[in-house]
Design a protein around this ligand. Sequence first.
Ligand code: PLP
Length: 473
Amino acid sequence: MNNKEFRKHAHQLVDWMADYFEEVEDYPVKPNVQPGDILQKLPDEAPQKSESFEQQFKDFEDIIMPGITHWQSPNFMGYFPANTSYPSILAEMLTATLGAQCMSWLTSPAATELEEKVMEWLRKAIGLPEPFTGVIQSTASTSTLCALLMAREQITDFKVNEKGYPNDGTFTIYCSSETHSSIEKDVKIAGFGRQNLRKVSVDDKYAMDPSALEEAIRADLEKGFKPAAVVATIGTTGSTAIDPLKAIGEICSKYEIFLHVDAAFAGTALLLPERRWMNEGIEHADSFVFNPHKWMFTNFDCSAFYVKDEALLVRTFEIMPEYLKTPEDERVKNYRDWGIPLGRRFRALKLWFVMRSFGIEGLQQKIRQHITFAQYLKQEMEQHDDFELMAPVPLNTICFRFHPDYIDDEKKLNELNEKLLEQIQQSGQLFLTHTKLDGKYTIRIVLGNTNLEKHHVNEAWKLIQTLAQSLIE
Ligand code: PLP
């Protein structure tokens, strides 16, 4: 492809992209394909000779598009959103064009300095106090892994980095039974061992019970374990439960334990001053993560990771081979030492575009609207005799099940709701997902899509009621 062809196809693609957003609701949110359907349409070997862009794009439309789940449809209300927005997409186009490798200041000074600045903007916008300082990571899973590695190095005085694990004790990590699976994965990767992860019980709102946490820590200390880190969640994946950070933080301070806060999804709501109570006690935390790539209209991947002790972070990851040394090293931030990979994409650009295009007020307005929609739908469900709310709705995630009053059997209710979700997915009109709360099959609906409007919420609610009713007729 030459420059002239590139220009021509790029214009075509931008038109396609704009059309896509106009038509996204016409696609079935979940594609109607079976495992292997796409695979069998793809050739087994890569082409030996160049193929035209026209052919490539035709295959994209004919083979790939029918197998896409439309995360940007306002009718996608499953998992947590992975939002994008026009300014974010435009920034990604520039990022791809520049193809800058942002591992150190020298490899793209503007990328490093923009990252430094937007992370400060964001820190202030969500009310995170100094001396927290931020870096963009790929995901919350990676950010939490960085936090656990920092905790590991802190508690071993950097000995694991040097000598590997000592055999004079076992380190323990604490989170709640509702914590995201990435914490368990990170515990395995960081070498703590899954058996040494303590899943602390939760209260009736699915938030960590701080007295159970303290009990677990005490019991471990008595047995000779060394508590290394606690992970508190602001907005659990199941039901957006909010762990009581202040009480947890005080326990961590008392026992001198590293505290990491996982606010992957709900952190965006900290843009709203009236939601800052969720972060009360943050001064006790050592690190904090939230994902603008979930609810803050910024393309995946963009995870904002903040640490209180920059030196601890850098000392955990720093490595200095000759070929990476630069004359400016003493005066600049080299973000390759702030996390796991050496190579880094220029992710600050999309965050910059998003924050400037929406403005903090524009972001706040959207987030508030999503929460208002959820509170409205929550009320609708509360008032309906055949629907049951399964957890509080502090933000924009509603956990519910269909529960006609003549069905008491839990097994039957689980089956009924599993069937309901299946029908919702198959309809192609709405995409929801599920979890289990207290062992009960629970359907989740998350109202956080960039282009969500009230009528989408009403249509979703109507469809849920119609499909539920059809299951018992
Ligand atoms: N933590 C929480 C609370 C989450 O809900 C999720 C994903 O939904 C994660 C962590 C993992 O996020 P990521 O995909 O950025 O690793």
